[in-house]
Design a protein around this ligand. Sequence first.
Ligand code: SAM
Length: 275
Amino acid sequence: MVVNTKEMDTKNVYAGLVETYLVKNAFQEPKLEIKIIGEVLENKSNENRYEEVMKWLSEKRPIQYYAGYTYTFDKKIILDRNVMIPGPEMDIFINTAKKYMANCHNVMELCTGSGVIPVMLGMEYSDVDFYASDISDKALKVAQENINFYQLKNVHLLKGSMFEPFEEQNKIGFDMLISNPPYAKTGIIGDLIPQLKDNAPRISLDGGEDGLYFYRIILANAHKFLNKNGYIIFENGEDQSEELQELFIQNGFKVVEVVKDYIDIERFVVGRLGI
Ligand SMILES: C[S@@+](CC[C@H](N)C(=O)[O-])C[C@H]1O[C@@H](n2cnc3c(N)ncnc32)[C@H](O)[C@@H]1O
């Protein structure tokens, strides 16, 4: 029997990598991440890929940052260390938004990061205009790459803090506002898992003392940018749903729906202005 030792070695290294990964480093979506590890290792143009990936994972870095992409709904999303990796609950966010998009002509997004939300929605709703902003130039560069990758003409980027670029360009009259703002309490960022605290940009995590800083700004100002009966859809952190719902009500919104994530946490709130 002829044994191809090279092939065996490769398989063993691969098995070792997956084991190391599963035992020590699974980040958010092991199945997806193992798929990406497999794809990275298929790339024969980099001879050092096994060693590099092993080192990368043992340092508890998400494979998505090594690969330079992830998948949402099986669609590739380009990314780098300047943006947060869209999490496993992203498809719930997108499906929730879709439920409220009948009669929707335009959507604004604050804190777009990689642009994953408007890019995914923009592909499906080609007659809806999406205006997405972020304070980070580097994040906007990634979002633009995703827009170019899918050749979207209906997703537009604005740079600036929260509503400022919308104010400056007098962009008002939106049917929907969506946002997954930074929502970790400042004091707990140091306790987050290394994949987040040492890898994701701090600016994408820090939601102020109680984690609700950005929601307050958005809810206090959204009425100036939304049409009558316009929707807001937020992703929120664990244990924030109730306080967030109160903020909606204090600011003249009705809470329309609260949606849970895959681990039964109330993760999204849908509100509506003035009905
Ligand atoms: C949690 S990430 C969300 C990224 C993306 N929307 C997603 O869901 O994967 C938050 C984003 O908010 C941006 N950000 C932080 N402070 C901001 C501000 N003052 N104004 C606008 N964007 C801000 C960060 O650069 C980061 O891209």
